[in-house]
Write a protein that binds this ligand. Structure first.
Ligand SMILES: NC(=O)C1=CN([C@@H]2O[C@H](COP(=O)(O)OP(=O)(O)OC[C@H]3O[C@@H](n4cnc5c(N)ncnc54)[C@H](OP(=O)(O)O)[C@@H]3O)[C@@H](O)[C@H]2O)C=CC1
Ligand SMILES: CC1=C(/C=C/C(C)=C/C=C/C(C)=C/C=O)C(C)(C)CCC1
Length: 320
């Protein structure tokens, strides 16, 4: 029979040995699916929102390596220029361009789109990647709750303003970065701006459900145009997204080994943007570079239609 000391010693030796041996397998599992496409993007123009850091920056780096002209659309011009010049230097692709876009301000979104449409003749891929999570209650310049405003309404307006150019350049793709968190979301039409009650975790879930529903309705409306729209969950990724929660920031630091790197997290966005087999796939939701399960609320076409018309009303646009 082992005594207590022998058992403790055994555990003290075998647990680290097990972790040491298992570490590469755990990492490979955590890393998830990789985009295997070798598609080249010379002559293609891409916009990626929030590409100065995290998943967006890694997506920009990959698409730049494939030869695309990449517009990184960010709210902080200094951060955007730093990311663009880093990617230009590293990839040798000089067509990585930083532009100002604050999704928390419809004036900035309209200015970005106006300038883009005046300066660029083509647009083939729009990646709606930027996002905020868990921020304390606050409002955008137009009075929308921040997470719904940036994650859903900002991208909704941006897509509306750029859609004609995408249609002219078809085949074209719209990629909406949603989240597994959409499973916890609901579209609370009676209190969309969270003025009656606000829970910052739930507000994030609601906004990510809105991404899924927007994608679904957009894809339905774009049938026959050769412009596709797909949504995705990038995985749990070690990035700045958790910046508004000190608990999450610590958990993310402590468990970073069990989280995807931003490069690993970018794989499904890249897959949706370039994979040849997705040329005519639309209205789908992916994770780890394969189709993934959408919550029943994310498949509710009535809610998707209602969210569409309410979003148009809030933004003062007519999008039939
Ligand atoms: N990380 C994860 O585990 C997961 C992430 N996602 C989604 O992936 C996407 C990318 O997130 P991730 O890279 O992790 O997060 P990061 O925080 O690293 O990047 C978010 C990007 O969005 C930008 N952004 C925030 N607010 C605005 C705004 N008002 N206007 C324009 N840009 C803005 C940020 O700019 P700035 O640097 O100036 O703040 C930053 O560039 C998000 O949509 C997120 O919801 C989904 C599931 C899991
Ligand atoms: C349970 C658990 C973890 C996992 C958290 C996950 C899986 C978070 C997912 C967040 C998403 C999906 C955010 C963006 O949309 C940690 C922190 C690794 C370790 C502590 C226990």
């Amino acid at each position: 029979m082992l005594n207590c000391w022998e058992a403790a010693l055994g555990a003290a030796v075998s647990v680290p040995v097990f972790l040491f041996v298992a570490a590469p397998y755990i990492r490979r599992y955590v890393a998830g699916g990789r985009c295997k496409s070798t598609a080249r993007l010379e002559g293609k123009v891409v916009i990626i929102t929030g590409a100065n850091t995290g998943i967006g920056k890694e997506t920009a780096r990959d698409l730049a390596l494939r030869g695309a002209r990449v517009i990184i659309a960010c709210r902080d011009t200094a951060k955007a220029e730093a990311a663009a010049s880093e990617i230009r230097a590293e990839t040798g692709n000089q067509e990585v361009i930083a532009k100002k876009l604050d999704l928390a301000d419809t004036k900035s979104i309209r200015e970005f789109a106006e300038r883009f449409l005046a300066e660029e003749k083509e647009l083939h891929i729009l990646i709606n990647n930027a996002g905020v999570m868990l921020c304390p209650y606050s409002k955008t310049a137009d009075g929308f709750e921040m997470q719904l405003g940036v994650n859903h309404l900002g991208h909704f307006l941006l897509t509306f303003l750029l859609l004609e150019r995408l249609k002219q350049c078809a085949p074209a793709r719209i990629v909406n970065v949603s989240s597994l968190a959409h499973h916890g979301g609901r579209i609370r039409f009676h209190d969309l701006q969270g003025e009656k009650s606000y829970n910052r975790g739930l507000a994030y879930c609601h906004s990510k459900l809105a991404n899924v529903l927007f994608t679904r309705e957009l894809a339905r409306r774009l049938q026959g145009t050769k412009v596709t729209a797909n949504a995705l969950h990038p995985g749990s990724v070690y990035s700045d997204l958790v910046r508004h929660s000190s608990v999450m920031t610590w958990l993310w630091k402590i468990f970073s080994f069990f989280l995807k790197t931003p490069c690993e997290g970018a794989q499904t966005s890249i897959y949706c943007a370039v994979a040849e087999e997705l040329e005519s796939v639309t209205g789908q939701y992916f994770s780890d570079c394969q189709p993934a399960y959408v919550s029943p609320r994310g498949r509710d076409d009535e809610t998707a239609k209602k969210l569409w018309s309410v979003s148009c009303e809030l933004l003062g646009i007519q999008w039939d």
